[in-house]
Design a protein around this ligand. Sequence first.
Ligand code: NDP
Length: 472
Amino acid sequence: MFEYAPAPESRSIVSLDSTYGLFIDGEFGDGKGTFKTINPASEEVLAEVAMAAPEDVDRAVAAARRAFGPWSALPGAERAKFLFRIARIIQERSRELAVLESLDNGKPIKESRDVDLPLVAAHFFYYAGWADKLRYAGFGDDPKPLGVAGQVIPWNFPLLMLAWKIAPALAAGNTVVLKPAETTPLSALFFADVCRQADLPPGVVNIITGAGDTGRYLVEHPDVDKVAFTGSTEVGRQIARSVAGTGKRLTLELGGKAANIVFDDAPIDQAVEGIVNGIFFNQGHVCCAGSRLLVQESIATELLDSLKRRMATLRVGDPLDKNTDIGAINSAAQLAKITELSEIGSSEGAERWSPPCSLPDHGFWFAPTIFTGVTQAHRIAREEIFGPVLSVLTFRTPEEAIEKANNTPYGLSAGIWTDKGSRILAVADKLRAGVVWANTFNKFDPTSPFGGYKESGYGREGGRHGLEAYVA
Ligand code: NDP
């Protein structure tokens, strides 16, 4: 492996305040208390952030309600101007926002810079384009916005999940109260500043920071018309229960345990790149991660040798270094969960392997890891680990691959690697997954719908389908 000199992105591109307030009705203000957000790569405190109490959530929902009338009455082309403006400001500030995202989340700068931020801007551009064309979207002649959307997002793609939620909501004429995750509140607060810069009318977007209780209070709020949630299946279930019977519209984007299936005719080198991208992108903190590798038995040895060689070249470390492939685990709690499930993998008899790699002394780190000899009964084959840990299973026939791939409570995504187009179509057809990638993995585009079956949730985000969740 080549030795690379450090190539750190400058941290001074982001100017952080020591405290941040709640963004309600176009103004930043205090909450009832505060909590600290840290850099998971160093454990350094980045800022103190306001904790929204129930009365703050009430204020935010009331502001969104007041803003709803005038905002929804604007012609679509006028709403589009605001969305285009937001998209352009995000592009202008993308370097700053990318560094901020890497600081607060731990993801490598090359991912926040080259994946997250371009996609965030692309989502706003894309939905800006729909704002004056809603009547041609196939939802009737005069689709109406729902009202106030309460949106709760996770920590793995803080700004991107915000874009997935806010862009279609605003394009369709809704107003928004959004709660970012407790461990990654900063980019949403910077986004609030982007909204001010774009002169977005006060109350159209409100950002309330806090913990799970703040999210619970928001989704249960009687004046919220639509709930959109991305996060764990367990919390998704609680939300579905609390929303049931209220008349609120609900979309849930939950966990996954995707099968990445490699057939014996697949181009091995490309497949290895796809496997690496599938599970080590964003430290494996990806709901659609290819966390189960299903490899045809006849090529398993060759493929695994190649995969191990490739894994030995992955650089783990400083997220702000432009050479880093795998950054920090987002929190101590997530690291504990990954560590525990990996120990269970070993104790249940799977064989664990990681390349030699030295991990930094401070912060939360986990070496890229694969488990071979995994059976379907193993917990690491069934549960979402949400970390850089791959479970490898083998199969002999396409039927067996399909059966194993579908043998999961989840149904978010899957991958197929083969030389034959007919096989791609035949297998994809039988996979119970919302997204199936063929000879690639983890490709996202604002024009294409994303969402799951079974315990991966319901509703679609992205594309024309993503608008449907925000119109009546
Ligand atoms: P959660 O589902 O708890 O968090 C997602 C969001 O929901 C956060 O903003 C969280 O707030 C909020 N929240 C928590 N409880 C409630 C509630 N009762 N009502 C409304 N909102 C709530 O995920 P975690 O961060 O706790 O991660 C736990 C596990 O979930 C991970 O290990 C991973 O396996 C999985 N996960 C899956 C994701 C996916 O996209 N598939 C995304 C994130 C996690 P706060 O952060 O303040 O607690």
